[in-house]
Design a protein around this ligand. Sequence first.
Ligand SMILES: *Cc1c(COP(=O)(O)O)cnc(C)c1O
Length: 420
Amino acid sequence: MSQDVFTTLESEVRFYCRAFPTVFERATGHELFDRDGRRYIDFLAGCGALNYGHNNAAIKRAVLRYLENDGILHAMDMHTRAKAEFMEVFDGVVLKPRQLAYKMQFSGPTGTNAVEAALKLARKVTGRPTVAAFTHAFHGVTLGSLAATSSRGKRQAAGVDLTNVTRFPFDGYFGADIDTIALIEKFIADEGSGVDIPAAFLVETMQAEGGLNVASADWLQRLQGLAQRHGILLIVDDIQAGCGRTGGFFSFERAGLYPDIVCLSKSIGGIGLPLAMVLIKPELDRWEPGEHNGTFRGNNLAFVAATAALDYWKTDRFETDIGRKAATVTDRLTAIATVAGANAARVKGLGLLQGIAWDRPGVPGRIAEAAFRDGLVIETCGARDEVLKVCPPLTIDDDGLNEGLDILERSVETVLGGAP
Ligand SMILES: *Cc1c(COP(=O)(O)O)cnc(C)c1O
């Protein structure tokens, strides 16, 4: 099937389509089908926007019912029944059981919109212009978020100075022997360090795009303690690691954090519909009416899908199931990494966001290419694309998961010939 229309008419900026050169047509659960009817297992899952799978039947039914009944689709930020229901269910199913009290701000519908809102609020509340972000961070590509993002290639595309961000080393950045929290605290506490006190720490508890770097629970707790001691806000960017991707609904549950601000997007919209939200501790909700706005704040169809998706979180069955499948992924990736050369490859990540890292750049990309030819959609991440990233829908069944991992195993063998 010709792809000329894309090369002729679509901007050169297009990206994922270059790694997966076919024309997709339909999808259900963890399966994608292209225009020629070829089937692929989806280990990309919209980079975490499809945690509940493609066209999830229960969520799709709720969406279709809403459309059939002429449910309101666009309402600026006026009160709608769909929004009320979403907020009540989110509070009852997600926040209250975790003893978290937050107000919800619906920003524009993309992740970067949520990050921009969070940064602006942190600066407003503290009166400080700089925000601290970490090495290998990814927070989006609009200017405020991009300033906090660390990838040099992405930053250079800005064309202007990216300012008002102080960069600190993430957990393990200098290896296991250097305690980066002690280092950060020294910079913050020392009147003579030359580092201004930031408005906030903006952190991913596990860096996804940055290469599946997991901050330890201890590091995260100490970061929260450090923030509290110095009156710095803690913002967790849970856009990719949240919504169950790393196990619990929020990625910071494993560290028992209570962040001041949390950013959610990607899978909060349930079925791949655009939605983003900023959770704000009530005492920090110092916005003036309309001070931060946007035409597409709160997508009502996405609210309906989001509410339906929260059914998965009404008991702990889903979380248990994610944990079980995550253990399968760890076991199988460990076996694959061993075949691929114990010293050259290692397993990283958490939950259903794990992968294999190679020291030799280029290897994961070649494996992903081979996997695609064999019917698996999988991407790489990390500053040098050094990590192969396994990110299936959380709802994938055991057969689908193993089928995808089988393809991955074969692809590793094909590319590396079973030797490092
Ligand atoms: C994807 C992502 C973003 C940006 O979301 P967009 O919808 O692409 O703007 C921000 N932070 C993290 C951690 C992400 O994974």
